[in-house]
Design a protein around this ligand. Structure first.
Ligand SMILES: [Fe+2]
Length: 178
C-alpha cells in the first residue's frame, strides 16, 4: 500500500516441501503504514488449486479472480470476484484455480500456514519465486483490490485505487475505510 513504508526487512519466511512435505509459511506480526504484513500474492499458471491449513495465529485471506479478455488473458485492473475471509488456527482454506491469493497476519503473534502447492525444484534459484505462480499482475497493480489495514485497533479493508472495477465481492464482514 505504501512503497515508502517502513517495516521488518523480511516479511515472511517459507520452507518449500511441495506436495509431499507441504510448504510452511511464517509471517511476521505487525503493520507497515497501517497495512498488515502479508504475502506477495499470486495467480497460478494453469488449472491449479491449493489448500491452506492455518497452523497458528489469526489472519485474513484475500482471493480475487480477474476478468478475462476474448483470448483468455487476465485483465489486470478488472476484478470478476473478490473475497476476504478472516481465518484463525485450525481453519482450512481452499484457493480455487484462477483465484489469485494472499494472506495477511492480523494477529499479535507469528502467523503460520501449511499448504500443498507443488514446488519446482528445477528452478535455478530455489529461493526465488516458483515457476507455477505469476506475481507480475500483483506487482503491476501494487497488490490486490483491497488492502488489509489496522483501523482504530481493528481489522479493516482499504480499497486499492488502481483497480477500475469489482463485479462481485464478499468482504467477510470486514468494514471498509477510506
Ligand atoms: Fe498459490
Amino acid at each position: 500500500m505504501d512503497p515508502q513504508g517502513v517495516g521488518p526487512e523480511i516479511h515472511y519466511y517459507m520452507i518449500r516441501g511441495g506436495v509431499e512435505q507441504k510448504n510452511t509459511t511464517v509471517w511476521e506480526p505487525g503493520t507497515i503504514s497501517g497495512e498488515y504484513i502479508k504475502t506477495y500474492g499470486h495467480y497460478h499458471v494453469g488449472e491449479l488449486s491449493e489448500t491452506y491449513i492455518i497452523a497458528y495465529g489469526q489472519g485474513v485471506a484475500l482471493m480475487q479472480k480477474l476478468v478475462e479478455d476474448a483470448n483468455g488473458e487476465m485483465i489486470a485492473d478488472e476484478v470478476a470476484e473478490f473475497k476476504a475471509i478472516p481465518v484463525i488456527t485450525g481453519q482450512e482454506i481452499f484457493m480455487p484455480a484462477k483465484f489469485g491469493h494472499l494472506l495477511a497476519n492480523t494477529g499479535q503473534t507469528y502467523f503460520v500456514t501449511i499448504d500443498d502447492s507443488p514446488v519446482d525444484f528445477e528452478d535455478r534459484d530455489p529461493t526465488s519465486f516458483p515457476g507455477h505462480a505469476d506475481y507480475s499482475l500483483v506487482k503491476k497493480m501494487r497488490g490486490f483490490a483491497y488492502y488489509v489495514v489496522e483501523h482504530e485497533g481493528k481489522v479493516a479493508l482499504k480499497k486499492n485505487p488502481l483497480y477500475k472495477s469489482i463485479l462481485k465481492e464478499d468482504l467477510g464482514g470486514l468494514p471498509v475505510i477510506n
